[in-house]
Design a binder for this molecule. Structure first.
Ligand code: RIB
Length: 308
């Protein structure tokens, strides 16, 4: 089956502890049992797309350690093609330390790049054919920037649509924006990128317009429990989130991005793309874990029927 989506990005083992409250700096809090599960923004987005039934390829890097073995197997079980994932001996696979507060479900995440830091432009360039053959490329900012730049450039050269999820925020060359068809950011990332406040609808619209003016094809600002806002040269749209009782919001943004990529590959219109992506993100918050929480297409269809 032809590849619909290629994700170039990070793969982490998430080490998760629930606590009655998140610690303040210098404080120790006692939490519950340690849970380990597949994570990493890139891998989460790849799993989201694959669970929705899109043929998906992962370009990333893992150590040859036990976390690497488990992460590789987990991705393959979810239907992600890992035949181009690089394995490097003598380096730890990426790890994220995650605390989740019991009542609010707020979280903190500290990621240790490990093998993710060894994914470079040459690795991406050696898989130019994979990017050329895909409908959509998805990148984030958890791997070295030269790898992201190579992936975006190759996609542009070959007419593959590009999504940049600029997370976690870091400075990157402004000329990248001309390579990006859809920029997806949350409120914090949008504020950092635009240098503007991003909370009220008017502020969201203004920041979106500023980012659009820098050369991307479309700007999506995800608003968590408030939904998502979209703007391109021809239209602007806002769709509220679906009502949900969240268990764990880690990876919900990645669920949105993976779903958006699927909808883009399927050439859905903006309204349908946002509703679909919002539904996938909402469902992903109802289960523990990042990759483990990604819903199937049948689950998404059933959930939407219930609410629409
Ligand atoms: O977006 C959530 C992800 O961020 C986690 O799975 C963690 O691994 C970090 O990469």
């Amino acid at each position: 089956m032809a590849t619909a989506i290629v994700v170039a990005g990070s793969i982490n083992m998430d080490l998760v502890v629930h606590t009655p409250r998140l610690p303040v700096p210098g404080e120790t809090v006692l939490g519950g049992n340690l849970q380990t599960s597949g994570g990493g923004k890139g891998a989460n987005q790849a799993v989201a797309a694959a669970r929705l039934g899109s043929p998906t390829v992962m370009l990333g890097c893992l150590g040859q350690d036990s976390f690497g073995d488990a992460l590789f197997a987990g991705l393959e079980n979810a239907g992600v093609d890992c035949s181009h994932v690089k394995r490097v001996p003598g380096v730890n696979s990426g790890v994220a330390l995650i605390g989740i507060e019991d009542g609010t479900r707020d979280n903190f995440i500290i990621a240790s790049g490990g093998a993710n830091r060894l994914l470079h432009a040459a690795d991406i360039e050696s898989h130019a054919d994979v990017i050329a053959g895909a409908a959509v490329l998805v990148c984030q900012l958890e791997v070295p920037l030269d790898a992201v730049q190579a992936a975006l450039q190759l996609a542009k050269q070959h007419g593959t649509r590009t999504i940049l999820n600029a997370a976690p925020y870091c400075e990157f060359p402004a000329e990248w924006l001309a390579l990006v068809d859809v920029l997806i950011v949350n409120e914090t990332e949008a504020a950092r990128l635009s240098g503007l406040p991003v909370h009220e609808l008017e502020e969201i619209e203004h920041a979106s317009a500023v980012l659009l003016g820098r050369g991307v094809g479309a700007v999506v600002i995800t608003l968590g429990a408030r939904g998502a806002h979209y703007v391109d040269a021809h239209q602007r749209a806002y769709y509220p989130a679906y009502p949900v009782q969240p268990v764990d919001t880690v990876g919900a943004g990645d669920a949105f991005v993976g779903a958006f990529a699927v909808a883009l590959a399927e050439a859905r219109d903006v309204e349908e793309t946002l509703r679909f992506s919002n539904a996938v993100a909402a469902l992903a918050t109802t289960r523990a874990g990042a990759q483990a929480a990604m819903p199937t297409r049948a689950e998404v269809d059933a959930y939407r029927q219930q609410w629409e």
